[in-house]
Design a protein around this ligand. Structure first.
Ligand SMILES: [Zn+2]
Length: 791
């Protein structure tokens, strides 16, 4: 990328020195200056009178607006043309002449900056003075150094100086050309200062860093005068307003097309190539080094010379420009004896006017100059383009590309194909009427129109962030479930979908547990953001024990989770993840899960009883959880149904958890097994297999009457507990969840029928359909509160 810019810089340097050569007969130290393609377009001062007049005539032929009667405009349009170097002046000058020719419509301001004012580059601003333009502003904006950093600093310097000038000139329109860094500074300053910008030659593609600059200027510009049909299409594709894009053609083509027919062209051809040479029976060769690939470009140069020697036609060959690599090329040329070869005429410089005649009447042009690709098409001259230097440039049918010029044969065949042919004159880059079009375009600018640009974006699907499905899928909560056995983290979407789940054994100590929680949460949050495209809104934590949800503190835990009392869990998690954190007891979380995603949706009052290792629950009244005064409401596992009864994890006796929890059933199963009373026919225990509640249930199913009796007791105890709940809070619905839920549904319903008050008889007992009530409940705290924005 960067070296491409180097090509440009030194090209311009060369070009401007070439200009200097023409301005003063013998400037010191530039004896090896060669003609460069852009120079062709730069020779504005020659024939300027003729051009000026023809310009005026062209304009008069064009439809003339009826002055003040034409809608709106009462005063002349004040147009500021800013030129930075000789190359852009060659495109801008025809427009400046045109503007000057219509003083009744336009007021012209000329601003000169960039390399125009640099001595080494030939002080080319003098050309502008010689063309009789008043230069209103001269800005020294070039920071010397000729490298990338100097270029950037030059942009900065221009940006410092431009505001003053623009303020003083107050132009209606600023005309900017092309893709140079100076032009970017101009466009930036004008756009920020609310000056309308007309950009010339936007939308073109060259395949170098210039593209970025050119497109950036297009984005800042309000109006576009472009050269080619595809440039116009590119500007439209870049969302520029079509009504502000005009396909005008290249302004320098106006002159090119009017000037190339000269009566004395044969004299010129004879003077450069010898008296015996005929029209279209000679070759013009012009090959420059490619600074990004010097080695290959020298190789191509060598092959081209070999092919030309074999082809045996009179050839005018120009020395390469002075970019890096050119010395090596000249050595190759000398080695092959080109300068003494009878077929060749090797020259360093041809005056512009004559070069036009030579190219337009050549049998073929070969090399890699942009003149071949761009300008020769206007004459219909066949061109062979070697290598990649012009990749991306739009070309006419007259150009035959030999991109991979790796053999002499290939180039020779290309010469055979192209030499002596004639192509229709290509109008790709212009038809000779660019300037009148641009002037008319300028006149059509309505200064009352809002200055603010509108971009024409293609219709896109309705803004994705407003799409409810998208919100439901991507806005998520991090849910944590701290159980007696496992520590689990999940990413839960707004829809209640568990996007991903992570599980680790719950550590036994406080320190290890906190560290693991923080690590799992951080990893999951990162995974969500990077891999799953989920936006985490907050963290919900479900934990065993009594919880103060307002403070995010676990007040007290039973021995199921050790070292888990008086623990502030919210602060470390919130500090680490920088997210809001909600904490509640696992029974409460199960109820919240039902409220948001399960049977509790739309039910004002309901109770959830969750049976796992222990028994927990949650009470929802008027749509809200009941926490109680010291946060031990809904400790449903510790509803006592007996004055004595088995010992409970809470230290008391006769709690339903001591009868009906998984741990209680396991305890009973073990006891039976120890007495050899558990296993019946059809059951077996592997060696080392742990006895669990499931064995008790299987044994009962297989007719173990002792097991059956125990389960009946458990069911009755739970049922009785639930009857107490019905009589205490009178819910509309009881949701049983946890692994033993389906087992307990019948006994609970039976207990209600037998023992509940008649008013409580009709209350439904349903089994939860949620797979992960604790995780979903934890997530629902986040999803409900963040979307309500009440945190
Ligand atoms: Zn208890």
């Amino acid at each position: 990328m960067v070296p491409c810019r180097c090509v440009r810089t030194s090209e311009s340097g060369n070009l401007v020195r070439a200009a200097a050569l023409q301005l003063s007969p013998s400037p010191p130290g530039i004896s090896d200056v060669h003609l460069h393609e852009l120079e062709i377009l730069g020779e504005v001062s020659l024939e300027k009178e003729r051009y000026y007049l023809s310009m005026q005539r062209t304009w008069e032929r064009a439809e003339k607006p009826e002055g003040t009667k034409e809608k709106g405009r009462r005063r002349r349009l004040r147009v500021c043309v800013a030129t930075c170097n000789r190359a852009d002046y060659s495109k801008l000058a025809p427009i400046m002449f045109g503007i000057k020719a219509q003083p009744e419509n336009f007021e012209l301001e000329v601003m000169v900056l960039g390399s125009h004012l640099i001595d080494d580059y030939g002080n080319t601003f003098r050309m502008i003075e010689q063309d009789d333009f008043d230069i209103g502003s001269k800005l020294h904006t070039i920071v010397r150094g000729e490298d990338e950093a100097a270029m950037v600093e030059s942009v900065g310097l221009a940006l410092v100086k431009l505001p003053d000038v623009l303020q003083r000139l107050q132009p209606d329109v600023l005309v900017v050309h092309g893709d140079r860094f100076d032009a970017l500074a101009l466009a930036t300053a004008a756009a920020l200062m609310n000056v309308r910008i007309l950009h010339l030659e936007g939308g073109e593609v060259s395949g170098t860093i210039d593209d970025s600059i050119r497109h950036a200027i297009s984005k800042l510009a309000h109006y576009h005068a472009c050269c080619t049909r595809s440039a116009e299409q590119h500007l439209i594709a870049m969302c520029e307003d079509h009504s502000r894009i005009l396909l005008t053609g290249c302004p320098s083509y106006d002159k090119l097309l009017s000037a190339h027919r000269r009566d004395d062209y044969m004299d010129i051809i004879h003077s450069w190539l010898g008296d015996d040479v005929k029209e279209q029976d000679y070759i013009v060769a012009l090959q420059h080094p490619v600074t990004t690939d010097i080695k290959n470009s020298i190789k191509i140069y060598e092959l081209m010379l070999d092919a030309l020697i074999s082809f045996n036609k009179r050839t005018l060959i120009l020395f390469p420009n002075i970019d890096a690599g050119s010395k090596e090329m000249v050595r190759v040329m000398r080695k092959k004896g080109i300068e003494r070869h009878p077929n060749f005429r090797a020259v360093k410089h041809v005056p512009f006017e004559q070069f036009i005649q030579l190219v337009s009447h050549a049998g073929c042009m070969i090399g890699n100059s942009s003149c071949g690709v761009r300008e020769a098409g206007a004459f219909g001259t066949p061109v062979i383009n070697l290598g990649t230097r012009q990749t991306g440039r739009e070309t006419g049918e007259n150009v035959l590309h030999v991109r991979d010029a790796d053999t002499q044969n290939k180039i020779y065949h290309a010469l055979e194909l192209q030499f002596g042919k004639r192509y229709p004159c290509s109008k790709i880059y212009g038809d000779g009427n660019a300037v009148p079009r641009i002037l008319k375009f300028l006149q059509s600018i309505d200064l009352d129109e809002p200055l603010q640009k509108t971009f024409r974006f293609p219709t896109v699907k309705e803004c994705i962030s407003q799409d409810i499905d998208h919100i439901l899928e991507t806005q998520s909560a991090l849910a944590v479930d701290l159980g007696g056995t496992n520590l689990r983290v999940a990413i839960v979407s707004m829809k209640g979908k568990i996007v991903k789940k992570y599980s680790q054994p719950n550590p036994k100590t406080y320190e290890d547990r906190i560290a693991l929680i923080l690590k799992m949460c951080s990893d999951a949050a990162c995974d969500a953001a990077v891999n799953l495209n989920c936006r985490i809104l907050g963290v919900g934590i479900s934990t065993g024990g009594r919880v103060n949800p307002h403070k995010g503190v676990i007040l007290h835990s039973t021995k199921l989770i050790q070292e888990w009392s008086s623990v502030d869990i919210r602060t470390p998690v919130s500090d680490t993840l920088h997210l809001p954190v909600w904490v509640d007891n696992d029974g409460n979380c199960a109820a919240l899960a039902e409220r948001k995603f399960g049977h509790g949706r739309g039910v004002e009052n309901f109770v959830t009883v969750i049976t796992g290792t222990g028994i927990g629950g949650g009470i929802v009244q008027h749509g809200e959880l009941v926490h109680g005064s010291t946060f031990c409401a809904a400790e449903l596992g510790h509803i006592m149904v007996s004055l004595e009864g088995p010992e409970c994890s809470c230290g008391s006796r006769g709690c339903i958890e001591a009868y009906a929890s998984g741990a209680a059933l396991q305890r009973e199963a073990k006891r039976l097994h120890d007495e050899d009373l558990l296993l019946v026919e059809g059951m077996s225990l592997k060696k080392d297999e742990q006895v669990t509640a499931a064995h008790l249930i299987s044994a009962a199913h297989l007719g173990n009457s002792k097991a059956e009796a125990m389960l009946q007791t458990a069911g009755a105890a739970l049922g009785m507990g639930i009857v107490n709940i019905l009589h205490t809070v009178n819910p509309g619905l009881v949701v049983l969840s946890g692994i033993l839920a389906s087992f307990y549904q019948n006994p609970v319903q039976q207990a209600i029928r037998q023992r509940a008050l008649s008013s409580a008889q009709g209350i439904h007992v349903v089994i939860s359909e949620l797979e992960e009530p604790a995780l979903l409940g934890a997530a629902s705290m986040v999803l409900d509160y963040t979307t309500r924005r009440t945190y």
